[in-house]
Design a protein around this ligand. Structure first.
Ligand code: LAG
Ligand code: CA
Length: 455
């Protein structure tokens, strides 16, 4: 069944992967706020192990807010800057575990050992599941193993313990006190849903938005649906379905198959074309995907009323471990010429469709299909999109559902502040029809609220 809640939503999240706090503050003001994004999701803000690899962020050493991306003061002022332009902040919260590394000194200078984190956790704070060798998770068919053994050697917190829940809740409450609005709970599948509920219940303020990472695995006992009582859950079947459809399977049936029968309900789902894990492990499309499929999949995600969408904003990498480029400010168009930040949130089609999403309401209607790789639909009478994921032009007269008029094609970018279209416009006639020649591997998107200037 389709989403019942098909109202206009300023709900698009941008995952600012690897961005430092000062740069996010600047980007909120310069672009994200004016573009109508709802949230930024920031990298884990707490003290971590040191190293150049991106994944050091996922090895907490303490809950001191001094990580690679900035200190407590920079975090607080970034939150303030984003709020000022109407953008809320979601923190990536790593609470299932601490470090995998044996011993060292963290980004805030804290000395630690595996299972010993001064003033915070000791040996007894952790699960020691007893699995040989090394207590590591092997069998995902075992609920107990997945939740009480170690994910890639990461010291697994005993999240069932009252004092552990209290310590985690203290950290999360501290984030809230700085103005954080929401949480992405990392590795949620590795904690029982009831334990997450216990942690959230111990917080002094409740987050306005929660999304939980529970990667669906066919046949596994732990299901994403178990976690909906705590907030949204990430629907990884959306990600893999888009990957298959845009790469080869065909997109025309997506309006019939999403959401799949056992998927999360729209209001419970957080969806994305790619996240920081899937973009590097072939579990999704990514910026290197051929034939513009990565961008076109975003067009579908943002136009289609299923789930709360996240747009990954990341950087080019040569190898799996590569950390974010080192730049203090001006991350998208920084001084010093070319950098390897991708700034997907600024891609004209993605920004244009975010504006579309913020304006349209109504259910999917006026469904029109060409080949298996061509799909058009309207959002009631408020917006229309046609996606041509084919190497040939898609030509025809399309029922748009819209009243007669000239509308900016926001696939080419959002209408600018002076009211001009980014590039061209589409004419809808008295019957609601538009004659279109949609270029190969391209799209057209129009909506009420982005009319072309007259005269
Ligand atoms: C997540 N979801 O459940 C994150 O989305 C994912 O990015 C995290 O893994 C994981 N949970 C733990 O928070 C990442 C990297 C791993 C990395 C891990 C810890 O994907 O590759 O592991 O963060 O930094 C690395 C090494 C491992 C090693 C481990 C511990 O790659 O070989 O065993 O560190 O030292
Ligand atoms: Ca666990």
């Amino acid at each position: 069944a389709l989403a019942s809640c098909a109202a206009a939503q300023k709900d698009t999240i941008v995952q600012m992967f690897g961005w430092n706090w000062d740069s996010i503050a600047q980007e909120c003001t310069q672009f994200l706020g004016p573009a109508g994004y709802g949230y930024v999701q920031i990298s884990p803000p707490q003290e971590t192990v040191t190293g150049d690899q991106w994944w050091t962020d996922y090895q907490p050493v303490s809950y001191n807010l001094q990580g690679k991306r900035g200190d407590r003061a920079a975090l607080a002022s970034m939150i303030e800057a984003c709020h000022k332009v109407g953008v809320k902040v979601i923190a990536d919260a790593v609470i299932n575990h601490m470090t995998g590394s044996d011993a060292g000194t963290g980004t805030a200078g804290t000395s630690y050992q595996h299972y010993e984190y001064p003033g915070l956790y000791t040996h007894d704070s952790f699960h020691h599941c007893g699995l040989e060798p090394g207590d590591n998770i092997v069998n995902y068919d075992s609920r107990e193993e997945v939740q009480t053994c170690q994910l890639v050697n990461l010291a697994d917190l005993d999240t069932g313990k009252d004092e552990v829940q209290t310590a985690i809740a203290g950290y999360l409450s501290d984030l809230m006190s700085l103005g954080v609005d929401g949480l992405r709970l990392d590795a949620s599948k590795h904690m029982a849903a009831t334990e997450i509920n216990g942690i959230l219940g111990k917080m002094t303020t409740s987050p306005q938005y929660v999304t939980q990472e529970v990667i669906f695995g066919a046949g596994e006992p732990i299901l994403p649906s178990e976690y909906t009582g705590n907030g949204n859950v990430q629907e990884f079947r959306f990600t893999s379905t888009l990957q298959d459809a845009f790469s080869s399977g065909g997109i025309s049936s997506l309006v019939d198959t999403i959401p799949g029968e056992s998927w999360l309900a729209s209001g419970d789902a957080n969806v994305f074309v790619a996240n920081h894990d899937t973009e590097r492990n072939d579990a999704s499309l990514n910026y290197l995907s051929p034939s513009n499929t990565y961008t076109l999949a975003h067009v579908f995600m943002l136009a289609y009323p299923y789930g709360t969408p996240s747009v990954l904003s990341s950087y080019e990498y040569a190898g799996y471990d590569d950390g974010a480029p080192n730049s203090a400010t001006g991350t998208c168009f920084g001084e010093g010429g070319v950098n390897s930040w991708l700034c997907q949130h600024r891609f004209p089609p993605i920004a244009g469709l975010t504006a579309f999403r913020g304006a349209v309401s109504g259910d999917v209607s006026n469904i029109q299909k060409g080949t298996a790789q061509q799909l058009a639909f309207s959002r009631g009478t408020t917006g229309f999109v046609a996606i041509n994921n084919e190497d040939a032009t898609w030509t025809g007269s399309f029922s748009t559902g819209l009243a007669a008029g000239n509308y900016c094609n926001v696939y080419e970018g959002a209408r600018n502040t002076t009211g001009d279209c980014a590039a061209s416009f589409v004419t809808v006639d008295d019957q609601g029809a538009a004659s279109l020649n949609i270029a190969p591997r391209s799209a057209v998107a129009i909506y009420v609220g982005a009319e072309a200037p007259t005269g």
